[in-house]
Design a protein around this ligand. Sequence first.
Ligand code: HEM
Length: 226
Amino acid sequence: MDGSKKSEEVEEVASRRVWRSLAVVFVVAVIAVPFALINSSFSMLGHGTDETLHTLLRVSALLGFSFLFLQIVTGAFRPALRRVFKPRTLYRAHTAFGLAGLAFIVCHFVFLIPSLGEHWAKLNHGFFVLGPIMLFVLLLTISTALVLRKLLPGAWNRLHILNYVVFTVAAIHALGIGTQTTMLATRLIFAAYLMAAVAGLAYRASSPSWRSKFLPAPVRMRAPRG
Ligand code: HEM
């Protein structure tokens, strides 16, 4: 191997390492956001069951939303991320983010159960019901991805695109009835996440091979005889 090729390789390995470190910092920052946003409410933990449960239901909601965001990003930008990470690592991270998101959303619901009636009475019912509906759709997209991926690849792909809908509608649910989402900082972060999700979808849709998974096969025209 000649010197210039070797130095090119060394440079590539170094740049991959930099990108990987940046990606890890990004993931840690996204997971830290809910704690930073809800920081002042942590003093409420231990101040009575109601306050504790309310804080926990909000932290788990924001963490669930953050993990869903990481799931969307690792799914949408997979082709670009493959230049830096191994496909297997990416798949594992994507699955782990989705499952963590689902687990936190289930906790969000469980912590809400004792005050369900009280919340239902005082909040907008339209925004409220979007939560349970999205939880149901999320269960559907994640379970089909885990079970049907190999059995029914076409059906699985079409269902999995619903994750973009879950993410967007969950944001509407949170902005409509959340406590923390009245803060400007939370709104700005939600807006940035939504824009990244739209960019991710546009990036994916720009690939003809990805589009072909969802669109019916083009009708081939037969050349007229004679
Ligand atoms: C994919 C599913 C869901 C996601 C991603 C989600 C996410 C969120 C987020 C981020 C908030 C804002 C928290 C805050 O501002 O402090 C929120 C608030 C809320 N969610 Fe959900 N949620 C989901 C499902 C549910 C379900 C299943 C229910 C109830 C059956 C529910 C009921 C509520 C209520 C009552 C609030 C207002 C809490 C408050 O601040 O007082 N959500 N949700």
